[in-house]
Design a protein around this ligand. Sequence first.
Ligand SMILES: Nc1ncnc2c1ncn2[C@@H]1O[C@H](COP(=O)(O)OP(=O)(O)OP(=O)(O)O)[C@@H](O)[C@H]1O
Length: 515
Amino acid sequence: MSPRSPREISVLVPPGLAPLYPDDPSRIGPYLVLGRLGQGGTGTVYAAVDVSSPNVGERLVAVKTLTSPELEDPSTYPALTRRLRSLAGIDSARVVTPLVHDTDANPPWLAMPYTAGERLSHYVTKRGGLGSGKLIALAVGLAEGLSVLHARSVSHGALRPSEVMLGPDGPHIMDCAVAPSASRMRGHGATWLSPERYRGGAPSPAADVFAWGAVVAFAGTGRLPFGTGEADEIAERAADGSFDLADLAPGLRPMVGRALDPDPDRRPSLREVVGAVIAVWQAEHNADAQQPGREEISRILEREWHAIEPPARIPEVVRLEGHMAGKRPTRLLFAAGTAVLALALIGTGVWGVGRILPSPADDEPSAEAAADAAQEAQEEEEEETTIVVRLDPSEQEDPEEGPYVYTPVDRDDTPIRDQGAPTHEYWASEWDEAGEPGEAEIDPDAEVLCAKFCTAPDDVHIDDDFRGTLEITAEEFVDYLSWGPVMILEVTFDEESMEGDGPREIVQITEVFTD
Ligand SMILES: Nc1ncnc2c1ncn2[C@@H]1O[C@H](COP(=O)(O)OP(=O)(O)OP(=O)(O)O)[C@@H](O)[C@H]1O
């Protein structure tokens, strides 16, 4: 390999990093923006390069532009600046804190260390509750993280499973910059909201303790401690103290139960929580009783935290001249440190990474390929009973009664995965029309699986194919149609209904989404 020009630097990027949207910035402060890590209720998170970092492994940072509703009024910026300064002073691996921030920028932004791992919400949804040792490590790690925040007078205000990143070295509390208002938190699910927060109260240490209890209960059992249902029903159970911890590890039950006390004054302090969880671990392992503190927490994490390995990051070379010219940074993918495999496209907003140009020989179809193509064409001609469609509520004449207008759609590339949820509108725009619109009725007994739209984000259940797995009734689905956003759905028609000219009957619906 020729010696690298001084205008190129290497950076390790996560596999499958999502491309930038056309309007995304190419630079934020001193950072070169490479791709999207995701978008949430408080802003958009980008993978970016710190070109000044001498260490290739640390060059990747996560930069978040803050666009949350809580920051619409600029008079909130001084408080944001104070909060970010307090967070910047924190020295704990359990909390993801800002490296650099700029609250004078529009929008304000902060850069954080890139934190690899899997969100607790995904982990538990996929694999069920954590085993006893890992659960104790999670419980004590989160309690330590929260107490470090509280020591700097910062209440998290939004602790929930999707804000806990499980990394190779332990859990990390994310998204500490902006504490969402109670009304916005209700949209994330009532389970993690203490009764006083649900009623509109401000974030507080006691509310964080409640959220800790709910998160640990969920992590230990794989179920929501106050059950499922409408937000108000869950909140009512929380206010009554009717939680179900029957499947939680017995040692943790008393402390989690106290944390979920509806009365904030009766909840334990984090000091008590940490002490109690450490004592449970020491008792279960006949470990010598060391003083509860950071060292003992590290010992628990070392012993109990294992088997969470994020996918290996991929070395890439970033050419600096692209960004110097105000264009998107050029990214080149290296394989085994020797050959450049992909051409990055400069300045077009199009991602070039991972694209390999076909060789001339690839243009000549083999006999086998031609036969495959013919069979595919024949199959295409036969009418499919299961297709992917776009259902846009704004196109419906009668969203309550139907029949519903659907448009068949198609998507060439693989859905973006693990990059946070895009908006429904963006997701829908990724699909091309692939046929004439048709009309369909929805069978009242249709099976409906949804990914995201009909539920709070923390109740999202997504299967390995990134479809929905949360079951709702056809009636609930139709009700949703009257006010919901555009959706991409895999639908199955009743075969007989495909024979006549009238509307087809949909007997199965699965939302196709990503998270
Ligand atoms: N420091 C980081 N390192 C790596 N990925 C990050 C980092 N911070 C955030 N992300 C990722 O960026 C995405 C968006 O995160 P963000 O916290 O803004 O939104 P969210 O948690 O999905 O939603 P909400 O803000 O509504 O809670 C998530 O996939 C998250 O895992």
